[in-house]
Design a protein around this ligand. Structure first.
Ligand code: SAH
Length: 218
C-alpha cells in the first residue's frame, strides 16, 4: 500500500478522497463543513490499531465502550446546525474529541465547550486536543446539566442518544439558537430544533444509532 511516501501525506490523501466521496454522495454540503472535515486528522483520534481504518466512513470503537461517529454523521450534524465562524457551541459527549475538532474548525476553537461523562475519556481527550493544537474547553460532568457558565450558546448538539432534549441544554441556548440530537431509546431519530420565543421548532432527519446518554434520571 505505501510506496515509500510519507505516512502523513498518505493520510491526507485518504482523507481528501473520503471527503470528496461524501460530497459526491450528497451527504455534506456546506463549504465550511467540507473544509473542516478535510482539515481534521481523524487518524490522530482513533486507537493506534485502527489508524488504517481512520478514513473509512464508519464509526470506530475508541475504548470505554464508546465510539467515534462516522465522518458523514459528524458532517451532517455540522450542516444541520448551520454553524458560522465566531459562534459559541456546546457539545454533550466529547468522546475522543473528533467531532469537537471538526466543529472548532468551523466556529473557532476557543468557542467550543464540551461536556464528557467519563473522566478518563475527558482527560485523554483534553491532552490529545492540546497536542494537536485545539484550544477546546472540555469538562467532566453530566451533559443533562449542560455547561451554564458559558451560556447562552448559539448552537448545541448531543453525540449520545437521549429520550428527550435535556431541559438545561435547551435553556442554555439563545433564542434563535439551534440544537441537533439523536433522540429515542430502542429506535433513535436525529432531531433538529430551533429555539423560539415560545418554545422549539422541531424537525426530524431520519433514523440514527448513537450510544445512549448516561446519567440524568436513567
Ligand atoms: N463526539 C465523539 C463521539 C462520542 S460517543 C467523538 O467524536 O468521538 C458519545 C460520548 O458521549 C461518549 O464519550 C460518552 O461517554 C458520552 N456521554 C454519555 N452520556 C453522557 C452524559 N450524560 N454527559 C456527557 N457525556 C456523555
Amino acid at each position: 500500500m505505501f510506496w515509500g511516501g510519507d505516512a502523513d501525506d498518505d493520510f491526507e490523501a485518504a482523507r481528501e478522497r473520503m471527503v470528496e466521496a461524501l460530497v459526491e454522495a450528497g451527504r455534506i454540503e456546506r463549504d465550511s463543513t467540507i473544509a473542516a472535515l478535510k482539515a481534521v486528522p481523524r487518524h490522530e483520534f482513533v486507537p493506534e490499531a485502527r489508524t488504517n481504518s481512520a478514513y473509512a466512513d464508519r464509526p470506530l470503537p475508541i475504548g470505554s465502550n464508546q465510539t467515534i461517529s462516522a465522518p458523514h454523521m459528524v458532517g451532517a450534524m455540522c450542516d444541520l446546525l448551520d454553524l458560522d465562524a465566531g459562534e459559541t457551541v456546546l457539545e454533550i459527549g466529547t468522546g475522543c474529541g473528533y467531532h469537537a475538532a471538526v466543529t472548532a474548525e468551523i466556529v473557532g476553537d476557543d468557542n467550543v465547550y464540551s461536556v464528557e461523562y467519563v473522566p478518563e475519556l475527558a482527560e485523554d481527550t483534553r491532552e490529545r486536543l492540546a497536542d494537536l493544537g485545539y484550544d477546546i474547553h472540555v469538562r467532566v460532568g453530566d451533559g443533562h446539566e449542560g455547561w451554564p457558565e458559558h451560556a447562552p450558546y448559539d448552537a448545541a448538539y448531543l453525540t449520545c442518544a437521549a429520550p428527550e432534549l435535556p431541559e438545561a441544554v435547551v435553556d442554555q441556548l439563545r433564542v434563535g439558537g439551534r440544537i441537533v440530537a439523536p433522540l429515542g431509546t430502542a429506535r433513535q431519530t436525529l432531531v433538529k430544533a430551533v429555539k423560539t420565543e415560545d418554545g422549539l421548532d422541531r424537525e426530524s432527519h431520519g433514523a440514527v444509532r448513537f450510544v445512549p446518554m448516561q446519567g440524568g434520571d436513567s
